[in-house]
Ligand binder design. Structure first.
Ligand code: GRF
Length: 197
């Protein structure tokens, strides 16, 4: 049974997609053992609690400096003893010591086709604003392993989504989530849980 810890910062729709896929059998041999957020107002926490999943908040704001936060965050993850850490809309830079300790066992969902529209400053709606500003006709989402860089780890899965002429960033974001993120994140977890990666 793959023990996964899901890190969230916002609405938690990717977390919801993972929970739903586990319930529906789209993901097998997997248990979400903990949800951790840096944001105590994240609706993702409501989603976790409504499904009886252990949830915790570890916010940089609650610590005198980054080092203290990093240590508290890593301890919160370690307590869950996860096999895999899933970053699902998580907006905090991971502590380097955590990336080393869980090397090859952290994955992230990015709302674009890496290496396009990724790296520092490319998150949330900003990604889709840049996609529309550039005028590309195809965008999508990427699941990748997390390394010390930003969106630079080995790519696991990608799924393309068409950009429509009258798209707004919000409309495009929703399409990318529905047609790509919520499909490939569960798929990647199931592959890892069943030894296909
Ligand atoms: C969204 O922008 C999504 O594309 C990205 O993280 C943000 C929040 O997602 N992966 P979620 O609804 O909290 O899963």
């Amino acid at each position: 049974m793959l023990r996964i810890c899901v890190c969230v910062s916002g609405g938690g729709t990717n977390l919801q997609a993972v929970m739903d896929a586990i319930d529906a059998g789209g993901i097998t041999n997997t248990e979400i053992v903990k949800v951790i957020s840096n944001n105590r107002g994240a609706y993702a926490l409501v989603r976790a609690e409504s499904r009886g999943i252990d949830a915790a908040v570890v916010s940089p704001r609650d610590y005198a400096d980054r080092e203290l936060f990093n240590r508290a965050f890593l301890q919160c993850v370690d307590e869950a003893a996860p096999d895999l850490i899933v970053l699902a809309g998580f907006l905090v830079v991971l502590p380097p010591m955590m990336i080393q300790k869980y090397e090859g066992r952290i994955i992230n969902i990015h709302p674009a086709l890496i290496p396009s529209f990724c790296g520092k400053g490319y998150y949330g709606l900003k990604v889709h604003e840049a996609v529309l500003a550039r005028g590309v006709k195809i965008t999508g989402a990427t699941v990748h392993f997390v390394d010390e860089g930003t969106d630079t780890g080995l790519i696991i899965l990608q799924k393309a989504v068409e950009v429509q002429p009258d798209d707004t960033p919000e409309v495009l974001q929703k399409r990318v989530m529905e047609q790509a993120e919520w499909v490939i994140l569960p798929q990647a977890i199931d592959m890892i849980a069943n030894g296909r990666i």
